[in-house]
Design a protein around this ligand. Structure first.
Ligand SMILES: Nc1ncnc2c1ncn2[C@@H]1O[C@H](COP(=O)(O)OP(=O)(O)OP(=O)(O)O)[C@@H](O)[C@H]1O
Ligand SMILES: [Mg+2]
Length: 454
């Protein structure tokens, strides 16, 4: 009696999967997401999906409650690994008589949608603070440009686009008063809605030239710490840029998929994505973020810290582009005693007021960016401390994956390994990982349904 009571309590939280590919036990509420368990559909999701249908996990409500413990990621961003919505979970009650019934075909998109899909060439976009990367269905990465727009002031009010992407980045800090070179995102957030819309429109038009038969569906990766207003801004900017339908996904999830981690399995994956504006630290299991942190500290802050350091120490002013070059060329997260490096930089001497040349060492760059590196380390420690023990055990075996441009900072992997004592690897193309992952999610209808931000 007691045992059967326990079973009944557990049943609504089962991840329903049977060896028999066609039959699942489903409550009504779970029907909506049952396609993920379908054998035939999983087979098209290549390496994202488990190789065969098998029971993933049985979990009681109590266990689920204790697992969902992150306070760092906003509640509406947390995905319940079983129901995929924290709110949805409240409505589910133990079902007395679960019905075993064959699963019918998932609802089709309808003939019109199918027709539109053929001609639309859907896109996945990593709309980053520093770079925008676009993935096109069936083509792969088709665009990788800095997120910069140069505008020419034409008359009083009117502004026209002069350059977008790489051409506009070259103008940063060098423009006359009638031209402005703008970065429309800061810390992963759209700060200039109009310019962000113009930029997206330009990039979408560029990659879809000759394919403009119908509007595309667009998947966009966003930082996990965005507020609902900030999320809406991204969605509306994409809609105004010509999207037929917009799906938002969380950057760390896209990074994990792009780094070939099996995110839908009941195994823990830890990913750290460090871009220009945000650092995302996340522990992912069963297509949900179990614990995570989103910091608005990343590559851009490091560049500003280098400028500040050189100004304070040498009374010497340099621009953001020079600071970034210093970081990329001789910056490191922990010292390389055998290979101390130096670099000559050009700037303005504050005392004489004249342009001058200065030599900076790698040790100095490391000192300049130490606050940012420490903040990232602190976030990693914090997330590890909040990770449930079973999942922590998985991380020991599987380690941590680094993605995002700052993952390329010299010795960052070594440094994270030293502070965590865990294996650390940098993804093969860290600047593209989020876009590749977003593209894979776009290609897989089922994974998209699981991870799309509601
Ligand atoms: N080799 C390198 N070493 C250190 N930093 C690098 C290197 N290459 C690129 N970066 C830095 O990586 C950052 C850009 O990374 P990325 O393109 O992943 O950011 P983003 O996706 O645009 O930003 P976010 O995700 O924060 O919105 C920049 O700050 C850049 O200076
Ligand atoms: Mg990014």
């Amino acid at each position: 009696m007691l045992l059967s009571g326990k079973i009944l309590f557990t049943l609504p939280f089962l991840k329903y999967q049977r060896k028999d590919p066609e039959v699942y036990m489903l409550t009504k509420k779970q029907e909506a997401r049952n396609e993920v368990c379908k054998n035939d559909e999983l087979s098209v999701t290549d390496d994202l999906a488990p190789p065969h249908i098998q029971p993933i996990e049985i979990i009681s409500y109590k266990d689920y409650k204790t697992r969902k413990v992150s306070t760092e990621v906003p509640q509406d961003n947390l995905i319940n690994p079983l129901t995929h919505s924290a709110k949805e979970n409240k409505g589910i009650r133990p079902q007395k008589d679960p019905v075993t019934k064959p699963v019918t075909k998932p609802p089709s998109h309808g003939i019109i949608n199918c027709f539109l899909n053929i001609f639309s060439k859907d896109l996945a976009i990593d709309l980053g603070t520093a770079n925008t990367v676009v993935y096109m269905k069936q083509k792969g990465i088709v665009l990788n440009e800095p997120s910069v727009v140069a505008l020419h002031k034409n008359g009083r009010e009117k502004q026209e686009v002069l350059a977008v992407g790489m051409d506009a980045k070259k103008m940063l800090g060098k423009v006359p008063p009638n031209i402005s070179a703008i970065r429309p995102l800061r810390d992963g957030v759209i700060t200039n809605f109009e310019v962000a819309g113009l930029m997206l429109k330009h990039f979408i038009k560029k990659v879809r030239e000759g394919l403009a038969l119908s509007k595309p569906r667009i998947v966009i990766a966003i930082p996990s710490g965005l507020t609902s207003v900030e999320k809406r801004a991204v969605k509306e900017a994409a809609e105004q840029a010509g999207a037929r339908e917009v799906f938002l996904i969380q950057e760390p999830m896209a990074a994990a998929v792009g780094a070939k981690l099996l995110v839908t399995e009941p195994r823990c994956n830890m990913v750290i994505d460090i871009g220009g504006g945000t650092t995302e630290v996340a522990v992912i299991s069963l297509a949900g973020i179990v614990s995570g942190r989103s910091l608005r500290i990343a590559g851009d802050e490091m560049d500003s810290a280098i400028i500040h350091y050189i100004k304070k120490k040498y009374n010497f002013i340099i621009g953001m582009a020079t600071a970034e070059r210093l970081k990329i060329t001789i910056g490191n997260a922990c010292p390389d005693i055998d290979k101390p490096e130096t670099m000559e930089i050009k700037g303005r001497d504050l005392v004489s007021g004249k342009p001058n040349i200065l030599t900076i060492t790698s040790e100095e760059v490391r000192e300049a960016i130490s606050d940012q590196i420490n903040a990232i380390a602190e976030a990693v420690r914090g997330v590890l401390e909040k990770t449930p023990p079973e999942l922590a055990a998985d991380i020991i075996d599987r380690g941590i994956v680094l993605t995002g441009g700052v993952a390329l900072l010299k010795n960052l992997d070594k440094y994270i390994n030293e502070i965590t004592r865990l294996p650390v690897r940098t993804d093969a193309s860290p600047l593209l990982t989020v876009a590749i992952g977003s593209g894979k999610i776009l290609d897989s209808k089922n994974i998209l349904k699981l991870v799309a931000v509601k």
